[in-house]
Design a protein around this ligand. Structure first.
Ligand code: PPS
Length: 307
């Protein structure tokens, strides 16, 4: 009889004190052989902060707004995810081997685990940060549907784990602060999800300037339109629907989650910032705010948790 190994929901594995999805932790050793190129561009985020959104924007920019070219492959193939590893799917490094320069790369790693070559090569970084309350709600639902994570437990217990940094990739508080610090000495464009939501065109112009591209205004408008929540939600090249069901079960919770809660007519874009209010209790919110104030004391970053 064939022994079928259950690869679903392994416990997190700690690397240098940082908890990680077991498979991603295993990918870090091979990643030591990765060599960055000065013309690489790195997208860095804490999970659930707008990575896929900014990835699609950047691929559109690199492809000069050509929609056909952006349909060439799913986003995780067009933008290799450095530390990615999961049963039955090519690793980030496998994908990278077939990616011609100039390359757009993705990571969620905290600085303690980031391959040094990216810093040595002065690789430009687009960092996107999202307010902690929406991140933790999004992360909870992602844990439920993406079975490379351990079981999330109850919402209340997940919230505690998040505050303690006991979720994959560790502390949100440390991540947003250390990448902010890095932006003072390294070429980092530090963006906020809420700003992208408020005025995507303005933020796309910031990205264009940072990566040194210029595009006609009608192409910028096309990028705004093509990377809207509604478009990306129905696009199989951006909505992760091509990932096998035993890894991501969209019936439990969609990767592009919030569109379901907000009709497309909600002005001017669906209310993605501030959805946490439907999940946090008053007591959880008060507890979270007190803890947040302590963890973010002395930090000059300011986040908007309201639409
Ligand atoms: S991951 O798995 O960490 O790479 O996820 P990430 O892409 O960083 O974050 C997923 C959340 O981003 C939302 N999303 C968008 N919001 C607005 N506009 C666009 N175009 C867009 N694309 C993705 C996605 O819905 C997830 O947020 P939630 O709150 O769960 O819906």
């Amino acid at each position: 009889m064939e022994l079928v190994q259950d690869t679903s929901r392994p416990p997190l594995k700690y690397v240098k004190g940082v908890p990680l999805i077991k498979y991603f932790a295993e990918a870090l050793e091979p990643l030591e052989n990765f060599r960055a190129r000065p013309d690489d561009l790195l997208i860095s985020t804490y999970p659930k902060s707008g990575t896929t959104w900014v990835s699609e924007i950047l691929d559109m920019i690199y492809q000069g707004g050509n929609l056909e070219k952006c349909r060439r492959a799913p986003i995780f193939i067009r933008v290799p995810f450095l530390e990615f590893k999961a049963p039955g799917i090519p690793t980030g490094l496998d994908v990278l081997k077939d990616t011609p320069p100039p390359r757009i790369l993705k990571t969620h790693l905290p600085l303690a685990l980031l391959p040094q070559t990216l810093l040595d090569q002065k690789v430009k970084v687009v960092y996107v940060a999202r307010n902690a309350k929406d991140v933790v709600v999004s992360y909870y639902h992602f844990y439920r549907m993406a079975k490379v994570h351990p079981e999330p437990g109850t919402w209340d217990s997940f919230l505690e784990k998040f505050m303690d940094g006991e979720v994959s990739y560790g502390s949100w508080y440390q991540h947003v602060q250390e990448w902010w610090e890095l932006s003072h000495t390294h070429p980092v464009l530090y963006l906020f999800y809420e700003d992208m939501k408020e005025n995507p065109k303005r933020e796309i112009h910031k990205i264009l300037e940072f990566v040194g591209h210029s595009l006609p205004e009608e192409i910028v408008d096309r990028i705004v339109q093509h990377t809207s929540f509604q478009e990306m939600q129905k696009n199989p090249m951006t909505n992760y629907s091509t990932i096998p069901l035993d890894i991501m079960d969209h019936k439990i919770s969609a990767f592009m989650r919030k569109g379901a809660l907000h009709p497309p007519s909600f002005p001017p874009y669906p209310g993605i910032a501030g959805d946490w209010k439907t999940t946090f209790t008053v007591a959880q919110n008060e507890h979270f705010d007190t803890d947040y104030a302590e963890k973010m004391a002395g930090c000059s970053l300011s986040f908007r948790s309201e639409p």
